[in-house]
Structure formats: structure tokens, C-alpha cells
Design a protein around this ligand. Structure first.
Ligand SMILES: CC(C)(COP(=O)(O)OP(=O)(O)OC[C@H]1O[C@@H](n2cnc3c(N)ncnc32)[C@H](O)[C@@H]1OP(=O)(O)O)[C@@H](O)C(=O)NCCC(=O)NCCS
Length: 186
């Protein structure tokens, strides 16, 4: 059984009335600052993207119809957001929907706000012909994993990411360009 008194910070407040709406240009700074609180605390929240103001602006510019915010009616405070995009692969007729960033203010969690944002986003993606929805998160982000499972996401794929440091090669290239290369350098 769920223990709302001890499980989550939101349990100490009365259930907030929430409105969802499309993100607007004036929301960019609020979304960015809320995301900073949520994602900067995690070392690598999303492996191939970084949370910064440019990221928010870029997603808002490219897919404004896939960016939504949740606002508390009483205070007008922005308490959550979802930013999505779509991709098509060259040899596939399928259109994929990416839920890139999803975040809820810690004081407003477990009130189904993320669930509502998710449904809002998928409604629009369905209208745009999306057939498969993708999300990624760190393996130890249990709250997100519980959340995604509850929404029906399955078959988590394990990916191994390998890194190769190119700094030495880069240095060599620069030296070569500056005419400092020794004859045996490759
Ligand atoms: C994951 C997150 C978006 C969930 O937001 P939320 O508004 O609290 O989620 P909901 O209230 O809609 O939760 C729906 C269901 O997900 C599951 N869930 C959500 N948070 C959970 C938690 N901390 N522990 C266990 N299950 C959880 C529950 O099954 C919940 O249903 P219930 O409350 O009826 O039990 C929020 O915790 C968050 O912002 N986390 C930090 C950012 C992040 O990791 N984003 C995802 C990757 S970009």
C-alpha cells in the first residue's frame, strides 16, 4: 500500500489544481531553472544531451507543439514540463517520438502531473503519426523507471557506452597544422 505521508514531499500539501498548456516563449527561463534543479544533481541524466538553456530553446524552436508545461492554478507557478521531439530513420517508414526531458518540481510529485503531461504529449505525437515512443534514463533513476513502467514502457535495452579520448590525436593534428610535426609522427 502506498504511504503518501512518508513517500513523497507532495503528501504534506493539499492536492494542487494543475493546468497543462503548451509552452510559451516566456516559460523558457522557468523551465530551464526547474530543469537545472532536477538534472544538474544527476551526474549524467541523459547521455547524449546536456541540460542547458540552448537545449531548451532548441527543442522549443524545433518542436513547439511537443513542449508542454504544468502550472499550479492557485499560484500560477510552473511546476513541471515535458519536452519532446520526433525522428524518422532513413530506411524505416516509422516515425519515432522521443520524450527527451520530463521534470516535476519535487514538492509536486505523485499528483499524476507527469502522467498528464505524458498523455498530452502522446496525444499530439499520435496526431503526427508517431508509432513508437522512446525514452532513456539512467539505470539507477528508480523513480523514473517506476514511472515509465507504470505508463506501459517495457523491454528496457541495455546499452554499453564506450569512450575513446581523442585529445592526443587532436594535439598531433594541431601541431601538424602548425608545422611542428616530427617526421615519424603519424
Ligand atoms: C519521474 C517523475 C517525472 C515523476 O513525476 P510525478 O508527477 O511524480 O509522477 P506521477 O505522479 O504521474 O506518477 C505516476 C506513477 O509513476 C510511479 N512513480 C512516480 N514516482 C515514483 C517514485 N518516486 N517511486 C515509485 N513510483 C513512482 C507510480 O507508479 C506513480 O503512480 P502512483 O502515484 O499512483 O503510485 C519525477 O519524479 C521527476 O521529475 N523526476 C526527476 C526527473 C526525471 O528523472 N525525469 C525523467 C527522465 S528525463
Amino acid at each position: 500500500m502506498k504511504n503518501r505521508e512518508s513517500d513523497d514531499p507532495g503528501s504534506r500539501r493539499k492536492k494542487p489544481e494543475i493546468t497543462l498548456r503548451e509552452m510559451e516563449i516566456d516559460d523558457i527561463a522557468h523551465v530551464f531553472h526547474l530543469g537545472e534543479k532536477l538534472f544538474k544533481a544527476q551526474e549524467v541524466p541523459n547521455l547524449y544531451r546536456t541540460w542547458d538553456d540552448f537545449e531548451v530553446i532548441q527543442l522549443y524552436q524545433s518542436d513547439p507543439e511537443l513542449c508542454f508545461v504544468a502550472e499550479e492554478e492557485e499560484t500560477g507557478k510552473l511546476v513541471g514540463f515535458v519536452l519532446g521531439t520526433t525522428v524518422t530513420k532513413s530506411h524505416s517508414a516509422w516515425k519515432y517520438g522521443l520524450m527527451v526531458w520530463l521534470g516535476i518540481d519535487p514538492a509536486y510529485r505523485r499528483y499524476a502531473i507527469a502522467t498528464k503531461l505524458f498523455h498530452q504529449l502522446t496525444d499530439v505525437m499520435l496526431q503526427e503519426g508517431v508509432r513508437m515512443l522512446l525514452v532513456d534514463t539512467e539505470a539507477d533513476n528508480l523513480e523514473a523507471l517506476h514511472f515509465f513502467r507504470k505508463l506501459g514502457f517495457g523491454s528496457p535495452q541495455e546499452h554499453l557506452y564506450l569512450t575513446l579520448n581523442l585529445a592526443a590525436k587532436l594535439k598531433q593534428l594541431k601541431e601538424k597544422a602548425n608545422g611542428k610535426t616530427r617526421p615519424n609522427d603519424r
